[in-house]
Ligand binder design. Sequence first.
Ligand code: UD1
Ligand code: CA
Length: 466
Amino acid sequence: MSARKNTQVVLLAAGQGKRMKSSKPKVLHEVLGKTVLGRVLDAVDQLGIEHVHVVVGHEAEQVRAFLQANPPKTPLSVHLQEPQHGTGHALKQVVPSLEGFSGTLLVSVADTPLLQGNTLAALVDGHIKEKSIVTLLTTEVEDAKSYGRILRNADGSVVGIIEDKDASDEQKQIREINPAIYCFDWPTVKPGLFGLTNDNRQKEYYLTDMVAWAYKANLKTSAIQAADWREVAGINSRLELAEAIRLLRDMSIQRLALESGVTFVDASSTWIAPEVSIGQDSSVLPGCYLVGTINIGQNCLIGPHTVMTGPVTVGDGTSIVQSNVSNSAIGAQCKVGPFAHLRDGNEISDSVRIGNFVEIKKSVIGRKTNVSHLSYVGDASIGSNANLGAGTITANYNHATKAKNRTTIGDGASTGSNSVLVAPITLGDKASVAAGTVATRDVPAGALAVGRARQENKEGWADRGK
Ligand code: UD1
Ligand code: CA
């Protein structure tokens, strides 16, 4: 760790990403619930280094706003590259703030959403250990797409990188590619950076040309192979974005299936982010989409067709069928769904039943309480062993004052079908509300509230006009 003390990271995120055909910068596209840049910063955070620089340019304000709302743990500064004249030109924008810095500069493109912290760590540690001036990550791929190709000489030393657009047919055959993640010894490489020219097909200052510069200057250059090419795959189009999402999903399912003992009935229709953990002997049925920080216990049944957006926790033995859950904590042995919607900060205790067509928002629900059918529960605290009948509604919103008001329901309380509880309102322990009641006043413990028009029967109604 201490060897990484004199290490700073530069992420290049100024490019337009033309091939994405988007008004959003490429690095702000989402890969299973997190932006591409957010995922790269997560990897950087694992290094425990002193500073990360992000170079922004195209739609810079969007990227800045994202960074402000989602700051990395590592101290951050943002630099503007305007206009964008290539990856070498991008790095130059950081140079003024490197004044007085001497150490390892890890430079990476920011369009690699699957990048892992331990790969960056291996690169930095290898670079420092070998006392290299330039160290680049490389990897071999089946399809070299538009990647830069690694050029080696007869003795196997890396002598340069040729961009796909500038490569000869012969060079295009090379399968060892440049993921564009490098370590440089700073300020040794500074003359190389300022010596870059834009004498190429794209008329850009290529950072990749630093490798040939170092070779010609007789400065030690090493290459470290990334074990898994998937990890360093860059996204340039929506198709590659889709591929990255699929690869990340595959990695999550592999981990959960092999290491945690989770059953997946149909992995190909299941989408799970790396931030999701699931306990042993839980099953995930087809059509689930789980993103964000989610912790699911053991022996749970999730799906089919359940969408969860973290933060969400789920206790052991709970089933969540065909439902939508976000920002909620659900206890053990609960039954949720089908067709339930839990959102915005719920705390649901153990053995709770939340049935079909029930929406629960910002509510606390005690043990063994049932909200089984067709209800809306918002801004409520419900005790244990309570039962809300079908169609119970907490009328929490006062349209005139725009206030959201609370409903409090005691232990063992019950409401009949089609009750409306006009908040603010409190139902005491074991209080009851008769079916069809519109309750506007508190109901004392043990009392029954009846608030509905009294029924009148008109005898002989059917025969009336005869
Ligand atoms: C780059 C590499 C290529 C490598 C590939 C890996 C160069 C010249 N080529 O090509 O060898 O195989 O990445 O994905 O470096 N960026 C800026 N400013 C710019 C241009 C780009 O900050 O002026 C940023 C982009 O935001 C992006 C990254 O640099 O995050 C890469 O840019 P991109 O246009 O995708 O480069 P590639 O053509 O893929
Ligand atoms: Ca790229």
